[in-house]
Design a protein around this ligand. Sequence first.
Ligand code: UT7
Length: 325
Amino acid sequence: MSQRIVRIAGTGSYLPDHVLTNDALSRMVETNDEWIRERTGIRQRHIAADGEVTSDLATRAAERALEAAGLDATDIDLIVLATTTPDKTFPATATAVQAKLGAGPGAAFDVQAVCSGFLFALANADSLMKQGLFNRALVIGAETFSRILDWSDRGTCVLFGDGAGAAVLEAYDSLGENTGAGIITHHIRTDGTKSDLLHVDGGVSSTGTIGHVRMEGNRVFKHAVTNISAAIRAVLEETGLSSEDIDWFVPHQANQRILNGVASKMGIDESKVVSTIAMHGNTSAASIPLALDTAVRDGRIKPGQLILSEAMGGGFSWGASLFRM
Ligand code: UT7
């Protein structure tokens, strides 16, 4: 019996030119390089230029992913874009990317799951493609998170940055039993009762404003380690794989201490952890595809290797995905 497989055919990413260092931040708000590095692992983050919008970042990342996959924009029949910082309230930022790329004909829509957005987008695209509705997709995480930061709140403004990452997915029919190739499984969850711990204090139908990020950092931290570990356990139990089978762990980049805590709790060797937090900060939905592309391009991640990814963010939303490159 033939089986439909969805694989990642190429990755790409983009970071805005402007780099904001911890030292530069310490001249804007009461903080210092040592505190930021020790408590988070972050050394710098990139900030989008005036007039540079989320779809610009997403389009640059998508162009690089298409080039890596050896495909043209006209080959793409689905774009799923994860963002918390859309260009406009509507239409979806994915449609702006569709137009800028000249992609299609096909469908393009946004997914809102904050820092877990890329995994939610990946699960969506993978499922739609496995149903046979689409053949070649772009899954993108892109953020101009700097636009929703309160630059006087040192508890949040030091953490986040802007950027975009993209993956081209390709579906094909494989003859025979489950080959274990391509995207294997996902576990995605939300808990709306915890939304006050990490949210934006504004919105279209509530205040009529964009609002700013508000977070009770240490309470989010504790939930993050618990929820992420549960999601990882779920994907491993479902597939019968163990943490030793994982070639690379590509987590959402929120805090180096969360990355280390989860890796040690799940028995994942530190040498398998892909960490980009020092250079990118927390880029929300963009952080996983940015880290994935970094490790593909520097030669660490090779074709056929098994990748475990996880994320946790506002909502709360969280999840884990397992896929073979
Ligand atoms: O991606 C979405 C999910 N997000 C996360 O997973 C983030 C999870 N949370 C965290 O990463 C950490 O909780 C933070 C990095 C946000 C904060 O680290 P923490 O170790 O939990 O610090 P804290 O909030 O408990 O604050 C400790 C101290 C406080 O001072 P006092 O009360 O002990 O005098 C803060 O006022 O550090 C102070 N502080 C700072 N000091 C210098 C907080 N922010 C700063 C700062 N610079 N930027």
